[in-house]
Design a protein around this ligand. Structure first.
Ligand code: NAP
Length: 484
């Protein structure tokens, strides 16, 4: 049992139309990835339950969309405040179901709340237009109107923030939402509903449906005629399936998908800074974020120095249960993730990679994997091309700027890219030439609710965060007013 200051945040029913309801597909067992123990048994919603949630959200849309933005903002502000007041409990729920260290989990809760605060402010500033007329008996007006019910599917790696990053702008814009969180991490989502209810958010505006039949629920959320927009965060493979499903009703769609982030260190970089940020971007959430460093490119002149320092930093990381004081690396999410690490390692070693650190499952057992450092990486290795999504750092070397930019861009992904150099001209050139939605120079820190976050190429469509993050929840309407 998870120890919470407020045990009533532990919810296991679905939240639909302002009520806590059962599911018609039995139960789901939520397991702690650090030790395999049962954390919770939640209800299991079905496609039929999803349809009920969409119908409820469609009814709620009628009044919520007409609620003045200032009033919607005030509900969201209350929700935000309650989330911050309960950040420790929300963090504990997340660590129990997802495994990330408690301090990281609480950090995610605060990051997630930031989207609610930002969009509570932003929705008061979304403007239409009055266009200078082309004839004196007419006026040309452009309205921004909420798009309708929004269907959302979210992943397990950020069980809180991937929800608020969608729900907050949608609700702020006047839309209502139906969210299917990952079946492995439903508790964070349901606790957010408990707090939304306490904030007085009207019934049917926020609906969360936990269900293990993702495909059937996904078909409802992508194809139901009463859904105006569908938004997904998860793998590129699933994103493509959902995008195709959305075609049947020509639904507006946003996708936040996988990444293959390059981390480039030029020979004039501050090596200590680069090492610090390399470790942070590679090992956050045990390497399981879409913006985690995936390919490390180091200029050959500094490769030895950089790699030695990187090795020392990685060796110092504390691998432990996320609830243990000072834990920095928790477990991977499940056995399949461990098996993927085994397979990537076997492939890399087989093709000539040199193991400087780790390279095997961790003595803590369960889903723990050793923080790993590899060199001698070649293009043919799987981990040079696929999203690793685990604690394996793989270092390659390069000689020229053109060569490394070309290599960094040689992927179907285009989410985040990092580079370190003190040359200001190079900062501009490389930031412009990298084919990524997010480029980060001389730092690995960038996530914030005030700026757009989104991928190029097969990493996604659209952006979340910033003014861009709310724009897609509105339809544009042109009113040509005659007889003036
Ligand atoms: P995933 O397998 O694509 O799952 C994501 C969500 O989709 C889960 O809720 C899952 O449900 C659901 N799902 C799976 N198959 C489905 C289907 N056929 N129809 C409808 N829904 C389906 O991804 P993941 O492994 O959970 O998450 C990791 C991926 O997300 C990585 O690729 C990562 O890069 C990406 N990600 C991207 C961002 C970003 O902002 N770009 C942020 C975070 C993560 P169940 O698991 O409950 O079955």
């Amino acid at each position: 049992m998870i120890k919470l200051e407020d045990p009533t945040l532990f919810r296991t029913e679905n939240y639909v139309n302002g009520k806590w309801v059962g599911g018609s597909a039995g139960h789901i067992e939520v397991l702690n990835p650090a030790n395999g123990t049962l954390v919770a048994k939640t209800v299991n919603g079905s496609a039929e339950n999803a349809r009920d949630a969409v119908e409820a959200a469609a009814v709620a849309f009628k009044s919520w969309s007409k609620t003045p933005a200032k009033e919607r903002a005030s509900y969201l502000r209350k929700w935000h405040d309650l989330i911050l007041e309960n950040a420790d409990d929300l963090g504990a729920l997340m660590t129990a179901e997802q495994g990330k260290p408690l301090s990281e989990a609480i950090g995610e809760v605060k990051y997630g709340a930031g989207f609610i605060e930002f969009y509570a402010e932003e929705c008061k500033r979304v403007m239409g237009d009055i266009i200078p007329t082309v004839a004196n008996d007419r006026r040309l007006l452009v309205y921004k109107q909420p798009i309708g019910v929004v269907g959302c599917i979210t992943p397990w790696n950020f069980p809180n923030a991937m929800i608020t990053r969608k729900a907050a702008p949608a609700m702020a814009a006047g839309c209502t939402v139906v969210i299917k969180p990952d079946a492995g991490t439903p508790l964070s989502a349901l606790a957010l509903c408990e707090l939304a209810e306490r904030a007085g958010i009207p019934a049917g505006v926020l609906n969360v449906l936990v269900g293990s039949d993702a495909q059937a629920i996904g078909e409802v959320l992508t194809q139901h005629e009463k859904i105006g927009k569908f938004t997904f965060t998860g793998s590129t493979a699933v994103g493509k399936i959902l995008m195709a499903q959305c075609a049947s009703t020509v639904k507006k769609i946003s996708l936040e998908l996988g990444g293959n982030a390059p981390f480039i260190v030029f020979d004039d970089a501050d090596i200590d800074e680069a090492v610090t940020h390399c470790v942070a971007t590679k090992f956050r959430n045990c390497g399981q974020t879409c913006v985690c460093t995936n390919r490390i490119f180091v200029h050959e002149a500094i490769a030895r120095d950089f790699t030695e320092k990187l090795q020392r930093s990685i060796a110092a990381l504390k691998v432990a249960d996320g609830f243990e004081e000072g834990a920095e690396i928790g477990p991977l999410i499940n056995t399949q993730a461990l098996e993927k690490m085994d397979a990537l390692m076997a492939d890399a070693v087989d093709k000539g990679a040199k193991v400087l650190l780790g390279g095997a499952r961790h003595e803590l057992g369960q889903n723990f994997y050793q923080p790993t450092l590899l060199t001698n990486i070649s293009d043919s290795m799987r981990l040079a091309n696929e999203e690793i999504f685990g604690p394996i750092a793989a270092v390659q070397t390069f000689t020229t700027e053109d060569e490394v930019v070309e290599k960094a861009n040689a992927t179907e992904y285009g989410l985040a890219a990092y580079f370190f150099t003190r040359d200001v001209g190079r900062v501009m050139r490389v930031s412009e030439d990298l084919e990524y939605g997010i480029v980060c120079s001389n730092s690995g820190v960038f996530s914030t609710e005030v700026a757009p976050f989104g991928g190029w190429k097969q990493s996604g469509i659209g952006s979340e965060g910033g003014k861009e993050g709310i724009a897609d929840f509105y339809e544009t309407k042109f009113h040509s007013l005659g007889g003036v």
